[in-house]
Design a protein around this ligand. Structure first.
Ligand code: BEZ
Length: 158
């Protein structure tokens, strides 16, 4: 069952690129004591995620943070090297690019997406959350298109 509004995010470790390579960053480090916008995409460098989803958060990052958001986190079932390269290619300096390479987080919150038929294996559904001190305050999942989980929709909800 997918995580619900009011639930606390599970304890999982992401990989985030550091100065000397990928570093483990826990959900506690990312979310506890902070207000965070988390969004997930099915894949770094895929057309919709690169043309619309991530750029929307890059363009609106300052406006989102001006609403009291401490951090914006982007996750995908990709490794930290790919997430870092994707973030750099999109000038996403204000966004934490959190690799969930083994789909551990996606599976733990019940939002994994099986794209095996398309040659992509298990990925993450496209969604965005507002998380306050580790607790889910808003969860918007897109099954087609990029609407409920867009930066514009989240900004309007903050
Ligand atoms: C996309 O364009 O966002 C996309 C493409 C293939 C699989 C998943 C997402």
């Amino acid at each position: 069952m997918a995580i619900q509004v009011g639930d606390t995010l599970p304890s999982v470790t992401f990989k985030v690129m550091g100065e000397n390579g990928p570093e483990s960053v826990s959900t506690e480090e990312l979310f506890v004591g902070k207000k965070v916008v988390l969004f997930a995409v099915p894949g770094a460098f895929t057309p919709g995620c690169s043309a619309t989803h991530l750029p929307g958060f890059v363009v609106n990052a300052d406006k989102i943070k001006a609403k009291g958001v401490d951090a914006i986190v982007c996750t995908a079932v990709n490794d930290a090297f790919v997430m870092d390269a994707w973030g750099k290619s999109q000038n996403a300096e204000e966004i934490i690019m959190a690799g969930d390479g083994n789909a551990e987080f996606a599976k733990a919150i019940g939002l994994e997406l099986d794209l095996t038929e398309r040659g992509l294996g298990v990925r993450s559904k496209r969604y965005a959350m507002i998380v306050n001190d580790g607790k889910v305050e808003l969860l918007n999942i897109d099954t087609t298109g990029i609407d409920a989980s867009s930066a514009e929709t989240i900004l309007a909800a903050l």
